[in-house]
Write a protein that binds this ligand. Sequence first.
Ligand code: HEC
Ligand code: HEC
Length: 274
Amino acid sequence: MKRHHQILPKVALAAILATPNAGFTDTLRAIAPQEHGAQQQEFVHGSPQVPSKEWTLAAGGRIYDNWWEALDRPEPDGINPAYPVSVNDQQTGSGTWRCKECHGWDYQGAGGIYSQGSHFTGISGIMGMRGAPIEEIMPILRNESHPYTTDMITDDEMLRVAHFVSEGLTDMRAFIDYDTRTVIAGVGDTDRGRAIFQTTCAACHGFDGRAMDWGAGDDHNFVGTEARELPDEVYNKISNAHPGAAMINLRAFSLDDRISVMRYIASLPSGLDD
Ligand code: HEC
Ligand code: HEC
C-alpha cells in the first residue's frame, strides 16, 4: 500500500485532518475494489469438491444478484430481449439480465419494493416457488422469459440458482418496513450484530465500516450507507456475498444473526462527517 508516500494536495490534506478516517478511505478508493488475487479465484468463482447446502444457496444467490460477475463470464451486450421495455424504458443496459432486476432484491417483484420507481416491471416475484421441487424450477429458468444460454449459465450453475429459489429465499417483510425501506426498529440484536461484524466483516470493511467506499467523488457509499438506504440489497450481500468480490457470507449463520448484522451496520456511519 502506497499510503505513506502519497503527496496530497493541500485541500485534500485539510479535509483529512478535519475528518477522522478520511485519509484511509480516500486512499483505498483508488484501488479497484472488485479485483482479487489469483489465490482467491477459486473461492470467488469456483466451487468446492463437496459443496455444502449453505455454499450452494449462497452461490445461487450470487448468480441471482449478478451472474456474469459471480461466474466470471463476459458481461452481456445490451438489453435482455425478455425485458419489458414497453413498461419501463429507464433500464437499458446489461443490468436487465440480472434476476434481481425483474424479481427484486426482496424476491417479490412488482409485489414488493419494485412495485414503483425506476425498477418497476410489473413482473411478479418468485416467492411462490419457495419449497418447489428443483425439477419444477429448472425448466422455468430456461423458458422464453429467461433467455440464458448454457454459455452464460451452465446447467450445473443453474441448479444452484434453482436450489436458491427453492430453499434460499426469505420473506423480508418480517424485518424491513416497506413504506420507508428501512430495518424495522426492534428486530435483530444490536450486540450480536456488533459481535459478528467486529470479528468478521471488519477485516475488510473496518470497525466503523468505512474502510471500503464504493461511492463516486463526494458521494460516499460505505456499508453503513448501504444498510440504511437499501436493506433488502444488503440482506442479499450478507447472506450470499457480493458477486465477483473476495467477500465472505453469513449463509451458514442463522437468519437472526444475519438480521442482527444488518441492524448493526445500519447504525454505522453513512458519510465522512458522521
Ligand atoms: C427480464 C425479466 C426477467 C429476468 C431478468 C428474470 N426473470 Fe424470472 N420471470 C420473468 C417473468 C416475466 C416470469 C413469469 C412471471 C409471471 O408469470 O408473471 C418469470 C418467472 C420466474 C419464476 C417463476 C415464478 C412463479 O412463481 O411462477 C422463477 C422461479 C424465476 N422467474 C426465476 C428467475 C431467476 C432465478 C432469474 C435469473 C437467473 C430470473 N428469473 C430472471 C422475468 C424475468
Ligand atoms: C474478505 C474481505 C471482506 C469481508 C470479510 C467482508 N466483505 Fe463485504 N465486501 C468486500 C468487497 C471486496 C466488496 C466489494 C466492494 C465493491 O465492489 O466495491 C464488498 C462489498 C460489500 C457490500 C456492498 C456491495 C454493494 O456494492 O452493494 C456490503 C453491503 C458488504 N460488503 C457487507 C459486508 C458484511 C456485512 C460483511 C460481514 C458479514 C462483509 N461485507 C465482509 C469484502 C469483504
